[in-house]
Design a binder for this molecule. Structure first.
Ligand SMILES: [Zn+2]
Length: 398
């Protein structure tokens, strides 16, 4: 850890720049105490690691704070210095005795209190969720920053994200969802933005790198960038994914494939309108082509032109699939203000843009034409090409 008290209660914070000889003479005349457990701690001034305090062996709160890696110590020190350089009131390793939590940095900004956690090791989901909700219930805005070493970019616009990494997902004021990460070695922030998953783990995303020296807090709290993904790129990757998925189905996928088969549909001949990217699809863990197929099977397939679809019908189908665990909502501890059902509405609005539906009121859509399943691979290819042309036109119009 980087903070300790002297016997007289003076706080020593190694987040500030100290010279080694200053600290050495301080160590000669002072004893240091852990602000959490009040036990004696030692000031370590080795050349290998950054200067830090350490409990003696067998201390009670050792476990909490001392499996700290170099990366974690250095990361929080850099983040702290970055904040104070911007004149943001910040406390390193702030211990809140009421909630018995100790964010790496507590800071106040624009009248709000933030708890910054820079996370290098994986945390069990339960612990992450508990800490986050305790912050929220006690007037803190949690700001979890992931260590960049956890980000695994597959290709330029593709990234693999686990549930642990998804728990870092937070909402910008624009409503956009993103994951902030930091690398102390390169001294850069990385933002994972425009996350559009096509499977449980794999997602299209834009990864931007921002040197800590040249950016301010707002760029991390409220990134404004938009990085739209091209439909052609999406549909190519989606097709490949569905093909492999259906060719080598896992045991848990069998009921879905059985249901598709029972409906007389062919998973290899999905129309281009099923499996589309929508803005907030990250809220749903189930791949888009699966939940969109369920919506088709439950509601859209039974409607003929001029019939009405109510949001209640859509909602009933959605809830039924959730209760059967056929649609899984992603667990996102920091995202509280977006309802996963809005993803269904986004999809319907997308279908409206392609003239399948027309919105008739807050709760009602009218069917304009049916979504048709192709009968052959050739038909499927034609449908896809037509769709891509329409999509391009739609983008240029909007
Ligand atoms: Zn302690």
């Amino acid at each position: 850890m980087l903070t300790a008290l002297t016997k007289t209660g003076k706080k020593i914070c190694l987040g500030f720049e100290y010279r080694k000889d200053t600290l050495m003479s301080l160590r000669d005349k002072e004893e240091f105490i852990c602000p959490v457990c009040q036990e004696r701690v030692l000031l370590k001034l080795g050349d290998q690691r950054i200067f830090h305090f350490a409990h003696k062996l067998g201390g009670q709160c050792r476990e909490f704070y001392e499996n700290e890696t170099y990366e974690h110590l250095e990361g929080k020190r850099q983040l702290f210095q970055w904040l104070i350089k911007q004149n943001i009131a910040s406390v390193l390793e702030y211990y809140d005795r009421n909630i018995q939590q100790r964010p790496d940095i507590m800071f106040n900004y624009n009248g709000k209190r933030y708890a910054l956690e820079y996370q290098c090791s994986t945390l069990p989901d339960k612990v992450f969720t508990k800490r986050t909700s305790t912050y929220l219930e006690n007037g803190y805005i949690p700001l979890w920053i992931l260590s960049s070493s956890h980000l695994h970019q597959k290709r330029k616009d593709l990234i693999t994200l686990s549930n642990f990494q998804y728990s870092f997902l937070r909402t910008a004021s624009s409503g956009k969802l993103y994951i902030p990460a930091y690398c102390p070695e390169k001294q850069i922030f990385q933002l994972v933005e425009s996350i559009t998953p096509f499977s449980i783990k794999n997602s299209f995303a834009h990864l931007s790198s921002l040197p800590i020296q040249s950016i301010e807090l707002d760029s991390i709290l409220d990134p404004q960038n938009d990085h739209p993904l091209t439909q052609a790129r999406w549909s190519k990757e989606m097709e490949k994914y569905i093909f492999n998925w259906a060719l080598h189905p896992r045991a848990e996928h069998k009921p879905f494939l059985q249901e598709v088969y029972n409906q007389g549909l062919n998973i290899f001949l999905l129309p281009p309108e099923i499996g589309l990217p929508v803005d907030h699809s990250v809220l749903i863990q189930t791949p888009p082509f699966i939940w969109q197929t369920y919506l088709f099977v439950d509601v859209l397939a039974h409607k003929t032109p001029h019939e009405l679809i109510t949001l209640k019908e859509i909602y009933t189908s959605f809830q039924k699939r959730i209760s059967k665990k056929q649609i899984i909502i992603r667990h996102l501890p920091q995202v509280k203000n977006v309802n996963p059902f809005s993803v269904m509405i986004e999809y319907l609005l997308l279908l409206e843009k392609f003239n399948f539906l027309t919105r008739k009121g807050d709760m009602i859509f009218e069917v304009q034409k049916k979504i048709l399943f192709p009968h052959t691979n050739r038909e499927k290819e034609e449908a896809k090409q037509n769709f891509l042309v329409q999509y391009e036109n739609m983008l240029t119009r909007s």
